[in-house]
Design a binder for this molecule. Structure first.
Ligand code: DQA
Length: 144
């Protein structure tokens, strides 16, 4: 099994960025933890982060024929991007949406997620451990 872990804008600044909301774990440390978690279940992870919407669309399209599942935190593009929704619907690769913070308990504009309609599940507000939960959800589903 191969999973593609995609992170959108500003998530490269994890650890530094608003730690009260997103915690103190760095992006690199998070990726290492996700890889280790997936490896323990016999799965491989590839990581991609970009601050640019079109690059995220390209990454989703590039997963076609390569990844069995996608974990994505689209950052602020969650609340604006129909292009990301169209991309996950186009490739039809099971995708889980992750948000580190509880977007439902923040500003109203964060309650809207366009990509959610194309995802098999969402993990919201569980901190960076939410990515591990997303990996488990995907692997459980792919192994079933
Ligand atoms: C986020 C929530 C978004 O509203 C925000 O723009 C982010 C991070 C989260 O992980 O909680 O960049 O997706």
């Amino acid at each position: 099994m191969k999973l593609l872990i995609i992170n959108g804008p500003n998530l490269n600044l994890l650890g530094l960025r608003e730690p009260g909301l997103y915690g103190r774990e760095t992006y690199d440390s998070l990726c290492a933890r996700i890889a280790e978690h997936a490896e323990a279940r016999g799965a491989e992870c590839e990581f991609y982060q970009s601050n640019h919407e079109g690059d995220l669309v390209d990454a989703i399209q590039g997963a076609l024929g390569d990844a069995d599942g996608i974990v994505i935190n689209p950052g602020a593009y969650t609340h604006t991007s129909i292009a990301l929704l169209d991309a996950v619907n186009a490739v039809k690769i099971p995708t889980v949406e992750v948000h580190i913070s509880d977007v439902n308990a923040r500003e109203d504009f964060r309650k809207i997620s366009y990509i959610r309609a194309g995802c098999v599940a969402s993990v919201i507000g569980h901190g960076t451990n939410g990515y591990l939960e997303a990996v488990d959800l995907l692997l459980d589903r792919l192994e079933a």
